[in-house]
Ligand binder design. Structure first.
Ligand SMILES: NC(=O)c1ccc[n+]([C@@H]2O[C@H](COP(=O)([O-])OP(=O)(O)OC[C@H]3O[C@@H](n4cnc5c(N)ncnc54)[C@H](OP(=O)(O)O)[C@@H]3O)[C@@H](O)[C@H]2O)c1
Length: 238
């Protein structure tokens, strides 16, 4: 069944968001690919999918920008069936220990990585509620957001922002408990070759986007399974 899908953070060709866009377009879905600045890679992709790819400019750090994007999307599509909160950012000092971390740079990262996802959910909730199916929200998290499995001494902002995103996911999961029209999950996607620094990672983002697309469809209506899951659908420690 053709669906309307919105994905954030989609402008980089090697990264996960762009490869989700490719996979859903290949299914015949209508994709809202969100970016904060124009992307050559997406413009090229639009030539292949002029009817089903809509590129939306949306800075998830700005409520005004997210609300404006939601208004535009509502003019184009009747509803949303799937929302993937994929965009992320970190502080410039993310790989430093606390002693060397400039904490005045931490709030802007949270404003995007955690609050940004909530902004997008809030703005697009009316469109999600109009889905004829159970609309699914997926927050792309990380093992770095697991308190139970935490082993790092750095990436403190990244881990905190993903742990907070997980808490937001669980809170909304509670809210949606008795609503058959809405479901939400957070997913640790695994280590992927999404940039040159990740060249040793085991997972190819294009192949992996399909693994996760199938997982999301399998879990769309399931509210009794684990909420924080791995890309294999297994429960991950909160
Ligand atoms: N890569 C991995 O191995 C791995 C492992 C675990 C979890 N994850 C998670 O998986 C997701 C995708 O990872 P990735 O490595 O593909 O990410 P990425 O390459 O860092 O891409 C992040 C995207 O977010 C966008 N973004 C940043 N700030 C934004 C803002 N204010 N408004 C809108 N978009 C914004 C960036 O846009 P610009 O292009 O404009 O900068 C970029 O396209 C992330 O949530 C990440 O935490 C990844």
């Amino acid at each position: 069944m053709k669906q309307y899908v919105l994905i954030t953070g989609t402008g980089r060709e090697m990264a996960l968001g762009f490869n989700f866009v490719r996979r859903y377009l290949e299914q015949g879905d209508h994709v809202f690919a969100c970016v904060r600045k124009p992307s050559e890679a997406l413009e090229k992709l639009r030539q292949a999918y002029p009817e089903t790819l809509t590129i939306l400019e949306m800075d998830i750090g700005s409520t005004a920008s997210v609300n404006a994007a939601a208004c535009k999307a509502a003019e184009i599509a009747p509803c949303l069936d799937l929302l993937i909160n994929n965009a992320v950012t970190t502080s410039p000092d993310t790989n430093k220990e606390l002693e060397d971390f400039d904490l005045d740079t931490i709030c802007p990262a949270f404003n995007v990585a955690t609050v940004g996802a909530l902004r997008v959910i809030k703005a697009f909730l009316p469109m999600l509620r109009r889905s004829s199916r159970t609309a699914l929200i997926v927050n792309i998290s990380s093992e770095a957001g697991s308190i139970g499995a935490c082993y790092r001494t750095t990436y403190i902002d990244y881990g905190m922002s993903k742990a907070a995103l997980n808490m937001a996911t669980k809170t909304l999961h509670n809210s949606f408990k008795d609503d058959p029209k809405l479901n939400i999950l957070c997913v640790h996607p695994g280590w992927m070759r999404t940039n040159e620094g990740n060249a040793r990672a085991p997972l190819d983002p294009y192949a992996h986007a399909e693994t996760m697309r199938l997982l999301f469809e399998a879990r769309r209506e399931d509210k009794t399974g684990p909420v924080f899951i791995t890309y294999e659908g297994e429960a991950y420690p909160w």
